[in-house]
Write a protein that binds this ligand. Structure first.
Ligand SMILES: [Fe+2]
Length: 232
């Protein structure tokens, strides 16, 4: 499996503080069957140099090779819509056109469609992160369905499907699966102890709704295309 949303890099956001903690997450993910992780530190307060991500990814990959853990880490970011698309070129997934787009967690902005359109006209393929955890959308999933169009994609959190984020998020995630609009399941993990980098349980929960083939596509076939920059 490939996890395209994981806060695994140390000392850059509210994820792990040290490389030891990052390695604990990596061991846990690998044991769960994850072979690739896109490291997606928050980009939400101030713009920083994307080389901050590159350096940490390179060192973590070095540590993984040394410990012979069959997992590779790629560059990415969890990009808040407070930034203009023209300012975040260095923060796409594995240097493709795909980018994780994070709306405010309290509500969906009224101009969400304009924001997504701005990403598209600037050459990106936006992936909306965990809409099922946005209270505006979980109260009214049609708000999300109305936003979607060509080259706009949807990532749901594994823990939402297993109920870790509460009933509203779980029911919304299930609704989005039934509506056929979920492209990818990812962990949005932050730690090896509280928000863990586990993907298989979410995939299994999705399989109960959409069947095993479609659920596997959400954690393997589709994320492989995303990290390869291929069309979905
Ligand atoms: Fe995140």
């Amino acid at each position: 499996m490939i996890d395209i949303h994981c806060h695994i890099l140390p000392d850059i956001d509210d994820g792990p503080k040290t490389f030891d903690e990052s390695m604990a997450m990596a061991r846990m993910a690998a044991a769960d069957g994850v072979a690739g992780i896109v490291a997606t530190p928050h980009l939400n307060e101030k713009l920083y140099d994307p080389a901050e991500i590159t350096r940490r990814v390179a060192w973590l990959n070095h540590l993984l090779r040394k410990e012979k853990i069959p997992l590779s880490i790629m560059r990415g970011a969890d990009v808040s819509v407070v930034f203009k698309p023209t300012d975040v070129q260095g923060f796409t997934i594995n240097d493709t056109e795909y980018i994780m787009v994070d709306f405010p967690h309290t509500q969906l902005p009224k101009n969400a469609d304009d924001i997504l359109y701005q990403f598209i006209v600037n050459g990106y393929k936006p992936i909306i992160t965990h809409p099922e955890r946005n209270p505006s959308i979980s109260a009214n999933p049609k708000l999300l369905l109305d936003l979607l169009g060509d080259d706009i994609y949807v990532q749901v959190t594994a823990g939402s499907l297993t109920g870790e984020f509460g009933k509203e998020s779980q029911q919304c995630a299930q609704h989005l699966l039934r509506a056929g609009v979920v492209d990818v399941i990812a962990t949005d993990a932050h730690s090896a102890t509280w928000r863990k980098p586990l993907l298989s349980s979410g995939m299994q929960a999705a399989a109960e709704i959409v069947g095993i083939d479609a659920a596997q596509r959400m954690v393997f076939g589709t994320p492989v295309k995303i990290i390869s920059g291929l069309p979905l």
